[in-house]
Design a protein around this ligand. Sequence first.
Ligand code: ZN
Length: 211
Amino acid sequence: MREYKHLLLANKAWAAERLEENPDYFTRQIVGQQPEFLWIGCSDSRVAPDQLTNTEPGGMFIHRNIANLVDPGDQNLMSVVQFAVEVLKVGHIIVCGHYACGGIQAALEGGVDGHVHDWLAIARNVVDNHRDELDALPEDQRANRLVELNVHDQLVQLARTDVVQKAFAAGQPLELHGWVYDLRDGLLKPLMEIDANTPLEAVTKPEKVLV
Ligand SMILES: [Zn+2]
């Protein structure tokens, strides 16, 4: 059987199981969505946010790109952030990096071209911002430390966006969380948090949890 047909068969089985558990499952879903969380994560196939947090459909608004980067000029990302904050009124935005991220590795070591190379410009800025710390580390620890520093820089960048600043100023309940996912044990490890009262210029670098 062609590989992709497994997806369609698995979907039929999944839908049937949901109905067996709760005959209203899909009727409820039609009404709309009220997720509490926006997840900004890496496109890596091993880091499936709803699966690893056991979140049902409807529980999480999701944006993924290579290396979980926050570019305020990226209309794709910013429209997701705006919709999540202004319409869905999520209470939490999570930026999540992960152990052994290929995008982060490439930002550090090169070896990619074309669109991927161009996209990773923001991640290369993170390398430049933290050059001294990265250079001082043993070579095999640099990429995973960069994963953590990247989450820090992207979360601060997210906090500075017009959408988040507007929500903070209006007193809308909103917290930003920086996490990493460790592929070795399947666990999410929190690094840092930002809310309306956090002075952004004073946000310190996260502790090492992946190395
Ligand atoms: Zn990745």
